[in-house]
Design a protein around this ligand. Sequence first.
Ligand code: FE2
Length: 507
Amino acid sequence: MTALSRRDALQLLAAAGGAAAFNTPAFARQGDPVFMDYQAAAANDPWTLIVRDAPAAGFDSRAELISGHVPDGFTGTLYRNGPGRFSRQDWRYRHWFDGDGFLQSWQIGPDGVHHRGRFIETDKWQIEEAAGRFIVPALGSVPPQPGGLTGPDDMNVANTSVILLGDELLALWEGGSAWSIDPDTLDSRGARRWGNGLDGVPFSAHPKREPETGIVWNFGQDAPGARLILWKIGPDGTLLDAGLLNDVPGGMVHDFVITEHSLVFLVGSYRFDRMRLPFIESFQFDEDAPMLAIAVDKNDWSVRRSWELPPGFLFHFGGAWEEADGTIRLDAALSQDARFAMAGAYDVMRGQAETQTDSQSRHMLVTLAPGGRSRVEALGAGYIEFPQVDPRLTGLRRRDTWHIAWDADQPRGATRIERRNLHTGAHDAFDHGPDIYVEEPLFIPAAPDAPEGQGWILHTALNAGARRTELHLFNAGHLSDGPVASWRLGYACPFGFHGCWRSGRLA
Ligand SMILES: [Fe+2]
C-alpha cells in the first residue's frame, strides 16, 4: 500500500487519455444496423422499452395509485440512476452501459407519488447535447467521427448508481468522478472535487457505509495498472484518506464488501488483456484464471489476505461479515463467465434478449477462512441479481438478502422479487407475472431501531403489457402477500441500475 500521490493520480488519468490514440473504424453512412435493428424490434415488442431513449426534457408527473395505500408515515424519496440516452442522429450505442446517466426521483408522501427524471449534465452530455451527436468514445462503443480523450471524466456518463453523502446526491460511474447533484431539484453541480490531487480519479459505483460511524468506504479501479484506489470518506462528505492498493490483478471489479475489520474485493476471471477501443474490449474472460479474493485491513491498508476461488465473474455482492476467528462470509450474484457483459449487454441494444441462461448469475455464499481455505456454495436454484441488504447491517452478520430472481425459461429478465435467509435457505417471493420486469429491490427499515428485516421493499418495474413503468411497495417480511401499494406512470422509463432512499423530507 502506498499513499496516492499527485503523480499517481496523473498517471491514472493519462492511462485513459492514451486510449484515444487507437484508430477507430469510420462509420458507414448507409444506416446504422444497430439503430435499425432496435427500431424494428421496438415496433413490435414493448420489452425493448427497458432501453428506450428518455426524452431530452426528462419526466415530471404524478404517478397513479393503482392498488393498496401508503402506510401511515411512509414518506421519502427513491432516487434511481441508469443509462437513458442510447441514440443520436440515428446512431445507437452498442453496449447497455454506454448510455448517458438519467436520474429519476419518486417522491412518496401523504399527497401521493410524484415522479421526475432528469439527465445528468456531465461534461460529455453537455458537449454532445450541443453538437446533436455522440462524439466521445464510450465504454463499449465508439461513435462515428469520435473526438479524443484527455482523461476519464471526458467519457464519464455518471449512469450507474446514486448515493446520499452529506447534503448532496452523488451520481456514480466507475471510471471517473462522482457527479454532484442537488437532491431537491436534480440539478447537476459538476464533478465532485476531493482536492489533494484526486480530482478525476475513479470513484466506483458501490460505496459502502458503516452503520455505526457513517464512514463511507469506496474504491476505484485502474485495471491497466493492476491496482485499486481506496477511498475513506467521513459522514459529512469530507475526504479522510485515499491510497493505492498495488499488485491487484487487472480484472473488471464493479463492487466490493466491507466487514467490521476488512475491505473485501473479488477479482473475477474477466481480466484486462491489453488496451483496446472500445475500452470494454480490453477485457477478456480467462476460463483458466481463478477468481481472487482479497481482504484489506481497514486500519492498515498494507495488511492483506487472499484466497483463490474457481473461475467466474460477478457484478454485485449482497453483504459480508467477519467471524471471531477472522473467517469472512459473503453472498454474491456469481456467474460462471462474463457472458452478460460480453454479449447480453450488446444484444439488448438491438432489442434482443440474451438466450444463453446457463451463464447468468446465481446466489452464492462464499466462505473465506484463515489459511487461504475457501468454499463457494449455491444458496438456491434459479438466477438472481441486484442483491440488497438491510443497510443497518452493512458489514455485520445478518440473516436476509433481497434480490430480483428469474428462471431458465425467462431469458428476457426477472419478474420476481425474492427474500432469502442466508442461514436456512428459506425464501419468500412474489412473481408479478410474465409481462412485468422488475428492477433492484431496495430495503427501507420500518424505523431506525426496528428489528432486523422489519421494513419495506420498494422497487420499480416495466409493465410491458401496459407499456408503463410502475412502482411497488411490499412488506419486506411478507413478499408473497403481494404489494401493499402500487403506482403507475403514464409512460415507460428506461431501466435503471441502482438507487437509494432518502427518508422523510420531500423537496
Ligand atoms: Fe452495479
